[in-house]
Design a binder for this molecule. Structure first.
Ligand code: NAD
Ligand code: WQD
Length: 363
């Protein structure tokens, strides 16, 4: 073990980039909640706070402050950008990094069309800088946040990992696809690399405590935070983007997956690294395998919250597909993972977070 700066010993550490954000914070709390005394590790978060809130005078972002309160454990936090090679090296010097979970990225599909350079810079240059630093310090185990977005327009449903990727329109989607291609090349170039690219479908929900949740800055782009902000009275009504798709009720169908289940998927990916000889690039879907329409989501949320969610049907949103949902067989086989939380769980937990934190972390 490396000696800590205060004379204590340091455990092997998991570096979590973007760990102050939505999926990252839920993964951090899940890892800490499930930590066993027999297998200690440190959690080190690097985040530039471009999409995470830190209260004035606080050293750590609010999500991490609350995780420390809930778990009684310490998280090492670095306020830095993953494009900053010096800052990353400093982290690897200070901790005994064993593996990396890489969440840090810009993620707004529409914004990425307006600001492609910013998206390629953050998502691709940042990712390459991280990989260079990992290689410099001999760290080769990586879990990457990928997305069902890499599949583009579904050619068949449910979508399995063999579905073609890369025929994409948005710079955001392309950045996820390009990173997957880079990771494949890395694994071909050096057998030391072990990379699991988790292709999330639509993450929703919040920690069951109601203290940690999704806190989008400005008007939400995604359906679930929009619905919950309407239910709590922050927004007047939901706009339903099209009801003329060939789906159960004409509205878009997606595979919503509870963020706590996603978090568990990351923990299982880390376990896979312990299998002797495990290496190479592996893309794995994380979803439930079931699709729900926009109107089914509205109804389920109304039932869970006891609030009404007024909506108005408007035109389709550019770039939207009618339906997608995952084939989750590979996650079951490789990770022994499956989603255990259902739609009422997702709505109930989202509502608890929204009701208790109507203004998100800033309240
Ligand atoms: P998020 O915005 O809540 O979290 C990302 C975090 O990364 C934020 O805290 C942000 O401040 C930080 N960050 C961004 N750029 C950075 C940089 N250059 N250096 C350091 N930190 C940086 O997003 P999320 O929903 O938690 O998504 C996490 C990952 O999952 C992303 O890679 C995203 O592309 C992927 N993903 C998200 C979804 C989704 O719908 N939420 C779906 C599929 C994939
Ligand atoms: C879901 C459904 C909308 C908002 C996005 C990204 C994807 C991935 C997951 C990161 C669709 C409808 C939405 C609203 C609506 N993210 N909708 N009114 O588009 O499936 O996926 O998040 O990788 O890359 O594109 O999710 O939540 O935006 O939309 O009617 O105000 O809800 O049309 O049918 P999407 P979403």
């Amino acid at each position: 073990m490396k000696p800590g700066c205060n004379g204590t010993t340091m455990h092997p550490a998991i570096l979590v980039t973007g760990g102050a954000g939505y999926v990252g914070s839920h993964t951090v709390i899940s890892l800490l909640e499930n930590q066993s005394e027999a297998d200690p590790f440190d959690i080190v978060v690097v985040d530039n706070l471009s999409n995470a809130y830190r209260a004035e005078g606080q050293k750590k972002p609010e999500a991490l402050v609350r995780i420390e309160e809930l778990t009684g454990k310490t998280i090492y936090f670095y306020h830095a950008d993953i494009r900053d090679a010096k800052a990353l090296s400093n982290i690897f010097e200070n901790h005994k990094i064993d593996s990396v979970i890489h969440f840090a990225a810009l993620k707004a599909v529409g914004e990425s069309v307006q600001k492609p350079l910013e998206y390629y810079q953050a998502n691709i240059t940042g990712t390459c800088t991280l990989f260079e630093t990992m290689r410099k310090y001999g760290v080769y185990k990586l879990v990457y946040s990928s997305s069902c977005t890499v599949y583009g327009e579904p050619q068949s449903l449910p979508m399995n990992e063999a579905h073609p990727t890369g025929d994409l329109t948005s710079p955001y989607g392309k950045s996820k696809y390009f990173c997957e291609e880079i990771m494949k090349d890395l694994c071909l170039s050096d057998q030391s690399w072990a990379i699991i690219s988790l292709r999330y479908f639509n993450p929703v929900g919040a920690h069951h405590s109601g203290r940690i949740g999704e806190d989008p800055m400005g008007i939400p782009n995604n359906l679930m935070p929009y619905i919950s902000q309407v239910a709590v009275g922050r927004l007047p009504e939901l706009q339903v983007f099209g009801n003329d798709y060939k789906t159960v009720d004409g509205t878009g169908v997606r595979d919503y997956v509870h963020v706590a289940d996603l978090a568990d998927g990351h923990a299982r990916a880390l376990k896979l690294f312990r299998q002797p000889g495990f290496n190479g690039f592996h893309a794995i879907n994380l979803g439930t395998g079931t699709g729900y329409s926009v109107l089914q989501m509205v109804k389920a949320f109304e039932e869970a919250s006891g609030r009404s969610v007024p909506y108005r049907v408007v035109g389709r949103r550019a770039g939207d597909v009618a339906a997608n949902y995952a084939d989750v067989a590979l996650a079951a086989r490789l990770l022994a993972w499956r989603a255990t939380r259902d739609l009422p769980d997702m709505c109930r937990d989202t509502w608890r977070w929204q009701r208790d934190n109507p203004k998100g972390y800033q309240a």
